[in-house]
Design a binder for this molecule. Structure first.
Ligand code: BTN
Length: 243
């Protein structure tokens, strides 16, 4: 169900895929991957930096038109879970930092940028852009707390081999979602969360406080409970983890 397009260099695989699809609709499951991005896009308007030919940089297009717009967070959940599953076959200590970063211990190994196009209350198109640090050993921008698979294991990897496994896993979960099987994915996502146990420090822009993850709502809101049992819900931009 999937065809691969390799381009040696592009501004951003998300932008490229969205653009070729706009010109002539591509088959669902089409993957665009590249060796280098000149303007890789990250979350919160950040850039995504990755050295040439060392990492996995790709986007995949899906058309989950039976998923309601208010349930679009399920895409973040199954895409994150697919990547976590595959990376776990190379190393331990992989978790999902809500909403959809992949962490190794306290460091970020993968970032995901999902761009959905809505039509009424349905999702017409969803482009998931994924950057995974694989063979890179130096990072100039340490703000995002990066780490690569090679830094973890000391080994060098064939990036296309890992890419293949990830695509297969994403499509497997996608099939589950589209046939109405969501419970397993939702519960595996929750139990895979970074800091899903115990009390940790958070910053909501006004206060720094200690809380535990009580739940993740279907809408994607993070539900935190303080030690005094005060419960608050946060959207992605409203809260920061103190690492
Ligand atoms: C984040 O900020 O954590 C999200 C980073 C997403 C980066 C990937 S790399 C491939 C795809 N193309 C982009 O421009 N961004 C995503």
């Amino acid at each position: 169900m999937s065809s691969y397009i390799h381009i040696p260099e592009t501004s951003s695989t998300n932008t490229y895929l969205s653009e070729i699809n706009r010109l002539k609709e591509v088959e669902e499951g089409t993957v665009v991957y590249t060796d280098f991005q000149t303007a890789g896009k990250g979350q919160r308007g950040n850039t995504w930096e990755a050295e040439k030919c060392k990492n996995i940089l790709f986007s995949i297009i899906l058309r989950p038109n039976t998923i309601r717009a208010d349930k679009q967070f399920i895409i973040s959940q199954f895409v994150s879970l697919a990547i976590k599953d595959v990376l776990e076959s190379y190393t331990g200590n992989i978790s999902i930092k809500w909403p959809n970063d992949i962490y190794w211990k306290e460091k970020k190994i993968c970032g995901i940028l999902i761009e959905n196009v809505l039509s009424g209350d349905k999702i017409q198109q969803s482009i998931s852009g994924i950057g995974i640090n694989i063979n890179q050993t130096h990072f100039s921008n340490n703000l995002s707390n990066p780490i690569s698979l090679r830094q973890i294991t000391g080994k060098e990897y064939d990036t296309t081999d890992i890419l293949d496994k990830i695509i297969n896993r994403i499509l497997l979960y996608y099939k589950e979602i589209m046939t109405g099987q969501r419970e397993n994915i939702i519960s595996s996502y929750k139990s895979s969360l970074f800091r899903h146990k115990g009390y940790h420090l958070y910053d909501d822009g006004k206060n720094i406080f200690k809380a535990r993850i009580k739940d993740i709502e279907d809408s994607g809101l993070l539900v935190l409970e303080t030690e005094n049992h005060i419960i608050n819900k946060f959207a992605f931009k409203e809260i920061k983890y103190i690492l």
